[in-house]
Design a protein around this ligand. Structure first.
Ligand code: GRF
Length: 198
C-alpha cells in the first residue's frame, strides 16, 4: 500500500476526493492517505481529516524561525510517517529544496487551468478563472503535474479540459474545473504509482 500525505491550506475538497477514491474508487487497495498537513489552523480540510480518522498536523509558519525551518519540520513529519508520495491540494506555501530533493519525482500538485497557460506567481484560486475568462478562452481545465522548484513548472502527469461559456462568471468556471479536479487527481496518482512503484 502506497502511503500518501496530502498538504492543504483550505477547503480540502481535493483531499476528500483522494480519500474517497482510496476507500471506494480507483485507489482502493493501492494507496491510503495516512497524513494530512495544513499550514492553516482554520483549514476546513483539518476537520475533514478528523472525520476520516486520518492523522493531521498543523504546521504554522509563524512558529518557525524561517521558511527552511518550517519546511524541515514538514519533511520530518513525512519521513516519520514513511510517506511514499506527496499530494499538494490547494496548498499555498512553497515546497523548498530540501523536500523536493528528498522526494524528487514524488510530489504532485493540481492546478486549476491548462498548464503551461495561466501559471506562475499570483495565478491561484479565483485569479486563474478571472484571467481565463478575460482572455476569452474557449477551454480551460485542470492539470496534475510534478512539483519542481519554480511554481507550476514540473512535468504534466494528467490534464483534462472543460468548456468555457460566454456567460460564465469566474465562480461558474471554478465549479466546473473543481469538479474535474476531483476526478483527475486520483487518476493521476494511480498513474504515478503504476509508473514508479511497480
Ligand atoms: C483547487 O482549485 C486547486 O486546484 C487549487 O486550490 C483549490 C483547492 O481546493 N490549487 P480544495 O482545498 O481542494 O477544495
Amino acid at each position: 500500500m502506497i502511503r500518501l500525505a496530502v498538504l492543504v491550506s483550505s477547503g480540502g475538497s481535493n483531499m476528500q476526493a483522494i480519500v474517497n477514491s482510496t476507500k471506494n474508487g480507483i485507489l482502493k487497495g493501492i494507496a491510503e492517505v495516512v497524513l494530512v498537513i495544513s499550514n492553516n489552523v482554520n483549514a476546513y480540510a483539518l476537520q475533514r481529516a478528523k472525520r476520516e480518522n486520518i492523522k493531521s498536523v498543523c504546521v504554522q509558519k509563524k512558529f518557525f524561525a524561517d521558511l527552511k525551518d518550517f519546511n524541515n519540520n514538514i519533511l520530518q513529519e513525512m519521513v516519520n510517517e514513511k510517506i511514499d508520495l506527496i499530494c499538494l491540494a490547494g496548498y499555498t506555501m512553497l515546497v523548498d529544496d530540501n523536500i523536493i530533493n528528498s522526494y524528487r519525482g514524488k510530489i504532485l500538485n493540481i492546478h486549476p487551468a491548462l498548464l503551461p497557460k495561466f501559471a506562475g506567481k499570483g495565478m491561484y484560486g479565483h485569479y486563474v478563472h478571472e484571467a481565463v475568462i478575460k482572455a476569452k478562452e474557449k477551454k480551460s481545465g485542470a492539470t496534475v503535474h510534478f512539483v519542481e522548484k519554480e511554481y507550476d513548472t514540473g512535468e504534466v502527469i494528467l490534464q483534462k479540459e472543460v468548456d468555457v461559456f460566454d456567460k460564465d462568471l469566474p465562480e461558474d468556471l471554478a465549479k466546473r474545473v473543481l469538479n474535474l479536479e476531483h476526478q483527475i487527481y486520483p487518476q493521476a496518482i494511480k498513474k504515478v504509482i503504476e509508473n514508479k512503484f511497480r
